[in-house]
Design a binder for this molecule. Sequence first.
Ligand SMILES: NC(=O)C1=CN([C@@H]2O[C@H](COP(=O)(O)OP(=O)(O)OC[C@H]3O[C@@H](n4cnc5c(N)ncnc54)[C@H](OP(=O)(O)O)[C@@H]3O)[C@@H](O)[C@H]2O)C=CC1
Ligand SMILES: O=C(O)C1=N[C@H](C(=O)O)C[C@H](O)C1
Length: 269
Amino acid sequence: MTDLPGIVITGASGRMGQMLVRTVLASDKARLVGCVERAGNAWLGRDIGEAMGGAAVGVSVTDDPLEAFAKAQAVIDFTSPAATVEFAALAAQARAVHVIGTTGLEPAHLEKLDWAAHHAVIVRAGNMSLGVNLLVQLTKKVAEALDADWDIEVLEAHHRMKVDAPSGTALMLGDAAAEGRGVTLDEAKVAARDGITGARERGSIGFSSIRGGDIVGEHDVIFATEGERIVLRHLATDRTIFARGALKAALWGQDKIPGHYNMIDVLGL
Ligand SMILES: NC(=O)C1=CN([C@@H]2O[C@H](COP(=O)(O)OP(=O)(O)OC[C@H]3O[C@@H](n4cnc5c(N)ncnc54)[C@H](OP(=O)(O)O)[C@@H]3O)[C@@H](O)[C@H]2O)C=CC1
Ligand SMILES: O=C(O)C1=N[C@H](C(=O)O)C[C@H](O)C1
Protein backbone atom coordinates (compact mmCIF):
# COMPACT_ATOMS: atom_id res chain seq x y z
CA MET A 1 0.00 0.00 0.00
CA THR A 2 2.69 2.52 1.02
CA ASP A 3 4.62 1.76 -2.21
CA LEU A 4 1.86 3.40 -4.20
CA PRO A 5 2.83 6.84 -5.58
CA GLY A 6 1.87 9.58 -3.14
CA ILE A 7 -0.19 12.41 -4.60
CA VAL A 8 -0.66 15.99 -3.38
CA ILE A 9 -3.68 17.98 -4.60
CA THR A 10 -3.30 21.76 -4.70
CA GLY A 11 -6.39 23.95 -4.57
CA ALA A 12 -8.06 21.02 -2.83
CA SER A 13 -11.23 22.92 -1.89
CA GLY A 14 -11.90 24.05 -5.47
CA ARG A 15 -14.29 22.49 -8.00
CA MET A 16 -11.55 20.38 -9.57
CA GLY A 17 -9.61 20.02 -6.31
CA GLN A 18 -12.46 18.16 -4.62
CA MET A 19 -13.02 15.99 -7.68
CA LEU A 20 -9.31 15.11 -7.70
CA VAL A 21 -9.31 14.26 -3.98
CA ARG A 22 -12.23 11.85 -4.54
CA THR A 23 -10.55 10.30 -7.58
CA VAL A 24 -7.24 9.69 -5.79
CA LEU A 25 -8.97 8.32 -2.67
CA ALA A 26 -10.96 5.88 -4.85
CA SER A 27 -7.87 4.71 -6.75
CA ASP A 28 -5.99 1.50 -5.97
CA LYS A 29 -2.94 2.82 -7.89
CA ALA A 30 -2.13 5.94 -5.83
CA ARG A 31 -2.53 7.33 -2.33
CA LEU A 32 -3.40 10.82 -1.15
CA VAL A 33 -0.52 12.28 0.91
CA GLY A 34 -1.31 15.99 0.98
CA CYS A 35 -3.80 18.76 0.23
CA VAL A 36 -2.72 22.37 -0.24
CA GLU A 37 -4.67 25.61 -0.05
CA ARG A 38 -3.46 29.17 0.46
CA ALA A 39 -3.34 31.11 3.74
CA GLY A 40 -6.78 32.24 4.83
CA ASN A 41 -8.65 29.29 3.29
CA ALA A 42 -11.43 28.06 5.61
CA TRP A 43 -10.37 24.41 5.19
CA LEU A 44 -6.79 24.89 6.47
CA GLY A 45 -5.96 22.44 9.27
CA ARG A 46 -9.07 20.35 8.66
CA ASP A 47 -9.12 16.72 7.53
CA ILE A 48 -9.94 16.87 3.82
CA GLY A 49 -12.48 14.01 4.03
CA GLU A 50 -14.40 15.80 6.79
CA ALA A 51 -14.11 19.19 5.09
CA MET A 52 -15.75 17.63 2.03
CA GLY A 53 -18.62 16.37 4.19
CA GLY A 54 -17.53 12.74 4.61
CA ALA A 55 -15.42 10.57 6.91
CA ALA A 56 -11.88 11.50 7.98
CA VAL A 57 -9.15 10.24 5.62
CA GLY A 58 -6.08 11.20 7.69
CA VAL A 59 -4.87 14.04 5.44
CA SER A 60 -5.27 17.61 6.64
CA VAL A 61 -5.19 20.72 4.46
CA THR A 62 -1.98 22.76 4.69
CA ASP A 63 -0.71 26.08 3.35
CA ASP A 64 2.89 24.78 3.28
CA PRO A 65 3.30 23.37 -0.26
CA LEU A 66 7.00 22.50 0.01
CA GLU A 67 6.47 20.37 3.11
CA ALA A 68 3.58 18.58 1.37
CA PHE A 69 5.45 18.11 -1.92
CA ALA A 70 8.49 16.62 -0.12
CA LYS A 71 6.34 13.58 0.76
CA ALA A 72 4.90 13.20 -2.76
CA GLN A 73 5.77 11.52 -6.05
CA ALA A 74 3.28 13.74 -7.90
CA VAL A 75 1.45 17.04 -7.49
CA ILE A 76 -1.85 17.55 -9.30
CA ASP A 77 -2.52 21.23 -9.74
CA PHE A 78 -5.72 22.86 -10.99
CA THR A 79 -5.45 26.33 -9.44
CA SER A 80 -4.48 29.70 -10.98
CA PRO A 81 -1.55 30.73 -13.23
CA ALA A 82 0.34 32.55 -10.46
CA ALA A 83 -0.04 29.64 -8.05
CA THR A 84 0.95 27.10 -10.71
CA VAL A 85 4.21 28.92 -11.45
CA GLU A 86 5.06 28.92 -7.74
CA PHE A 87 4.13 25.22 -7.39
CA ALA A 88 6.23 24.28 -10.45
CA ALA A 89 9.41 25.56 -8.78
CA LEU A 90 8.59 23.71 -5.54
CA ALA A 91 7.59 20.46 -7.29
CA ALA A 92 10.88 20.60 -9.22
CA GLN A 93 12.80 20.99 -5.94
CA ALA A 94 10.99 17.93 -4.59
CA ARG A 95 11.53 16.08 -7.92
CA ALA A 96 7.79 15.35 -8.00
CA VAL A 97 5.86 14.97 -11.26
CA HIS A 98 3.80 18.16 -11.71
CA VAL A 99 0.48 17.64 -13.50
CA ILE A 100 -0.87 21.05 -14.52
CA GLY A 101 -4.53 21.46 -15.46
CA THR A 102 -4.59 25.20 -14.77
CA THR A 103 -5.57 27.29 -17.81
CA GLY A 104 -5.08 30.96 -18.65
CA LEU A 105 -1.27 30.80 -18.50
CA GLU A 106 0.40 33.67 -20.40
CA PRO A 107 3.79 33.44 -22.15
CA ALA A 108 5.51 34.88 -19.04
CA HIS A 109 4.08 32.04 -16.92
CA LEU A 110 5.08 29.43 -19.49
CA GLU A 111 8.66 30.72 -19.54
CA LYS A 112 8.88 30.16 -15.79
CA LEU A 113 7.77 26.55 -16.23
CA ASP A 114 10.78 25.91 -18.48
CA TRP A 115 13.24 26.08 -15.56
CA ALA A 116 11.16 23.57 -13.60
CA ALA A 117 10.95 21.18 -16.56
CA HIS A 118 14.75 20.86 -16.52
CA HIS A 119 14.50 19.24 -13.10
CA ALA A 120 11.20 17.36 -13.06
CA VAL A 121 8.45 15.98 -15.27
CA ILE A 122 5.68 18.45 -16.14
CA VAL A 123 2.52 17.18 -17.80
CA ARG A 124 0.35 20.13 -18.82
CA ALA A 125 -2.88 20.21 -20.81
CA GLY A 126 -5.81 22.61 -21.01
CA ASN A 127 -8.01 19.54 -20.99
CA MET A 128 -7.15 16.14 -19.48
CA SER A 129 -10.06 14.15 -20.95
CA LEU A 130 -9.59 11.37 -23.47
CA GLY A 131 -12.42 12.73 -25.63
CA VAL A 132 -10.98 16.22 -26.02
CA ASN A 133 -7.48 14.98 -26.75
CA LEU A 134 -8.91 12.73 -29.46
CA LEU A 135 -10.84 15.74 -30.79
CA VAL A 136 -7.56 17.68 -30.92
CA GLN A 137 -6.09 15.01 -33.22
CA LEU A 138 -9.24 14.92 -35.37
CA THR A 139 -9.22 18.70 -35.67
CA LYS A 140 -5.63 18.65 -36.91
CA LYS A 141 -6.46 15.96 -39.49
CA VAL A 142 -9.55 17.78 -40.80
CA ALA A 143 -7.66 21.08 -41.01
CA GLU A 144 -4.87 19.34 -42.96
CA ALA A 145 -7.43 18.05 -45.46
CA LEU A 146 -9.20 21.37 -46.09
CA ASP A 147 -7.93 24.64 -47.56
CA ALA A 148 -8.67 28.19 -46.45
CA ASP A 149 -12.00 28.19 -48.35
CA TRP A 150 -13.14 26.48 -45.16
CA ASP A 151 -13.48 29.00 -42.34
CA ILE A 152 -12.51 27.64 -38.91
CA GLU A 153 -14.39 28.79 -35.81
CA VAL A 154 -13.99 27.42 -32.26
CA LEU A 155 -16.95 27.80 -29.90
CA GLU A 156 -16.76 27.12 -26.19
CA ALA A 157 -19.29 27.25 -23.33
CA HIS A 158 -18.52 27.06 -19.58
CA HIS A 159 -20.04 27.73 -16.15
CA ARG A 160 -20.49 31.27 -14.82
CA MET A 161 -17.45 31.04 -12.47
CA LYS A 162 -14.83 30.47 -15.18
CA VAL A 163 -12.29 33.31 -15.19
CA ASP A 164 -10.35 32.85 -18.46
CA ALA A 165 -11.37 33.01 -22.14
CA PRO A 166 -10.99 31.48 -24.62
CA SER A 167 -10.84 28.26 -22.60
CA GLY A 168 -7.63 26.24 -22.49
CA THR A 169 -9.39 23.56 -24.51
CA ALA A 170 -10.48 26.04 -27.19
CA LEU A 171 -6.86 27.18 -27.51
CA MET A 172 -5.67 23.55 -27.81
CA LEU A 173 -8.23 23.01 -30.59
CA GLY A 174 -7.22 26.29 -32.26
CA ASP A 175 -3.55 25.28 -32.10
CA ALA A 176 -4.36 21.92 -33.68
CA ALA A 177 -6.35 23.60 -36.46
CA ALA A 178 -3.53 26.06 -37.10
CA GLU A 179 -0.93 23.29 -37.15
CA GLY A 180 -3.05 21.28 -39.60
CA ARG A 181 -3.24 24.33 -41.82
CA GLY A 182 0.48 25.03 -41.58
CA VAL A 183 0.23 28.38 -39.76
CA THR A 184 0.68 29.50 -36.15
CA LEU A 185 -2.31 30.31 -34.00
CA ASP A 186 -0.71 33.67 -33.15
CA GLU A 187 -0.96 34.75 -36.78
CA ALA A 188 -4.47 33.33 -37.42
CA LYS A 189 -6.29 33.97 -34.13
CA VAL A 190 -9.33 36.26 -33.87
CA ALA A 191 -10.33 36.10 -30.22
CA ALA A 192 -13.23 38.57 -30.12
CA ARG A 193 -15.61 40.44 -32.44
CA ASP A 194 -17.63 43.54 -31.63
CA GLY A 195 -19.08 46.38 -33.73
CA ILE A 196 -18.24 46.94 -37.42
CA THR A 197 -15.66 44.20 -37.79
CA GLY A 198 -15.55 44.06 -41.57
CA ALA A 199 -15.82 40.77 -43.42
CA ARG A 200 -14.12 37.69 -42.05
CA GLU A 201 -10.43 37.52 -42.93
CA ARG A 202 -9.65 34.48 -45.10
CA GLY A 203 -7.60 31.89 -43.19
CA SER A 204 -8.34 33.30 -39.75
CA ILE A 205 -9.34 31.06 -36.83
CA GLY A 206 -12.12 32.63 -34.75
CA PHE A 207 -13.08 32.02 -31.12
CA SER A 208 -16.39 32.60 -29.31
CA SER A 209 -17.03 32.11 -25.58
CA ILE A 210 -20.30 31.60 -23.69
CA ARG A 211 -20.48 31.75 -19.87
CA GLY A 212 -23.53 30.58 -17.94
CA GLY A 213 -24.93 28.47 -15.12
CA ASP A 214 -23.18 25.19 -14.39
CA ILE A 215 -22.00 24.18 -17.88
CA VAL A 216 -19.04 21.84 -17.30
CA GLY A 217 -17.42 22.44 -20.70
CA GLU A 218 -18.61 22.31 -24.32
CA HIS A 219 -16.50 22.76 -27.43
CA ASP A 220 -17.31 22.88 -31.15
CA VAL A 221 -14.82 23.21 -33.98
CA ILE A 222 -16.70 24.42 -37.04
CA PHE A 223 -15.32 24.16 -40.56
CA ALA A 224 -17.67 26.24 -42.75
CA THR A 225 -17.60 26.76 -46.50
CA GLU A 226 -20.08 27.57 -49.29
CA GLY A 227 -22.95 25.06 -49.07
CA GLU A 228 -21.66 22.82 -46.29
CA ARG A 229 -20.30 22.72 -42.75
CA ILE A 230 -18.47 20.19 -40.58
CA VAL A 231 -18.89 20.42 -36.80
CA LEU A 232 -16.62 18.48 -34.44
CA ARG A 233 -18.09 18.55 -30.91
CA HIS A 234 -17.14 17.52 -27.38
CA LEU A 235 -19.55 17.80 -24.44
CA ALA A 236 -18.25 17.32 -20.90
CA THR A 237 -21.05 16.52 -18.43
CA ASP A 238 -18.98 15.41 -15.43
CA ARG A 239 -15.63 16.71 -14.10
CA THR A 240 -14.45 13.17 -13.28
CA ILE A 241 -13.20 12.91 -16.88
CA PHE A 242 -10.59 15.61 -16.14
CA ALA A 243 -9.63 14.12 -12.76
CA ARG A 244 -9.22 10.61 -14.17
CA GLY A 245 -6.97 11.98 -16.92
CA ALA A 246 -4.89 13.95 -14.41
CA LEU A 247 -4.33 10.90 -12.20
CA LYS A 248 -3.38 8.86 -15.26
CA ALA A 249 -0.83 11.57 -16.14
CA ALA A 250 0.61 11.54 -12.59
CA LEU A 251 1.17 7.77 -12.77
CA TRP A 252 2.46 7.85 -16.36
CA GLY A 253 5.04 10.49 -15.44
CA GLN A 254 6.68 8.41 -12.71
CA ASP A 255 9.32 6.80 -14.95
CA LYS A 256 9.83 9.64 -17.43
CA ILE A 257 12.86 11.91 -17.71
CA PRO A 258 12.44 15.62 -16.81
CA GLY A 259 10.75 17.72 -19.49
CA HIS A 260 7.44 19.06 -20.78
CA TYR A 261 4.76 16.54 -21.75
CA ASN A 262 1.05 16.72 -22.60
CA MET A 263 -1.97 14.42 -22.60
CA ILE A 264 -1.35 13.33 -26.19
CA ASP A 265 1.92 11.83 -24.85
CA VAL A 266 0.17 10.27 -21.85
CA LEU A 267 -2.66 8.76 -23.89
CA GLY A 268 -0.38 7.73 -26.75
CA LEU A 269 -2.65 9.38 -29.33
N1 LIG B 1 -7.05 20.86 -17.81
C1 LIG B 1 -8.28 20.43 -17.49
O1 LIG B 1 -8.69 19.29 -17.85
C2 LIG B 1 -9.17 21.30 -16.68
C3 LIG B 1 -8.69 22.51 -16.26
N2 LIG B 1 -9.43 23.30 -15.42
C4 LIG B 1 -8.77 24.50 -14.94
O2 LIG B 1 -8.42 24.31 -13.57
C5 LIG B 1 -8.38 25.56 -12.90
C6 LIG B 1 -9.22 25.49 -11.64
O3 LIG B 1 -10.57 25.33 -11.99
P1 LIG B 1 -11.70 25.17 -10.87
O4 LIG B 1 -11.41 23.99 -9.99
O5 LIG B 1 -12.99 25.21 -11.60
O6 LIG B 1 -11.50 26.53 -10.04
P2 LIG B 1 -11.79 26.83 -8.50
O7 LIG B 1 -11.73 28.32 -8.37
O8 LIG B 1 -13.00 26.10 -8.05
O9 LIG B 1 -10.54 26.18 -7.75
C7 LIG B 1 -9.25 26.71 -7.75
C8 LIG B 1 -8.66 26.42 -6.40
O10 LIG B 1 -7.27 26.79 -6.39
C9 LIG B 1 -7.04 27.52 -5.20
N3 LIG B 1 -5.88 28.39 -5.27
C10 LIG B 1 -5.70 29.51 -6.00
N4 LIG B 1 -4.50 30.05 -5.75
C11 LIG B 1 -3.90 29.23 -4.82
C12 LIG B 1 -2.65 29.24 -4.15
N5 LIG B 1 -1.77 30.21 -4.37
N6 LIG B 1 -2.38 28.25 -3.28
C13 LIG B 1 -3.25 27.26 -3.05
N7 LIG B 1 -4.47 27.20 -3.65
C14 LIG B 1 -4.77 28.16 -4.52
C15 LIG B 1 -8.32 28.31 -5.01
O11 LIG B 1 -8.38 28.82 -3.69
P3 LIG B 1 -9.14 30.21 -3.39
O12 LIG B 1 -10.58 29.82 -3.35
O13 LIG B 1 -8.57 30.62 -2.08
O14 LIG B 1 -8.81 31.16 -4.51
C16 LIG B 1 -9.35 27.22 -5.29
O15 LIG B 1 -9.56 26.39 -4.18
C17 LIG B 1 -8.83 26.59 -13.93
O16 LIG B 1 -7.70 27.18 -14.54
C18 LIG B 1 -9.61 25.74 -14.95
O17 LIG B 1 -9.66 26.32 -16.22
C19 LIG B 1 -10.66 22.91 -14.98
C20 LIG B 1 -11.20 21.73 -15.39
C21 LIG B 1 -10.51 20.83 -16.29
O1 LIG C 1 -12.65 26.03 -16.06
C1 LIG C 1 -13.19 24.94 -16.37
O2 LIG C 1 -14.19 24.52 -15.78
C2 LIG C 1 -12.60 24.13 -17.44
N1 LIG C 1 -11.45 24.52 -17.92
C3 LIG C 1 -10.70 23.88 -18.93
C4 LIG C 1 -10.56 24.82 -20.12
O3 LIG C 1 -10.26 26.00 -19.91
O4 LIG C 1 -10.72 24.37 -21.25
C5 LIG C 1 -11.19 22.51 -19.26
C6 LIG C 1 -12.66 22.29 -19.15
O5 LIG C 1 -13.28 22.73 -20.32
C7 LIG C 1 -13.26 22.91 -17.89
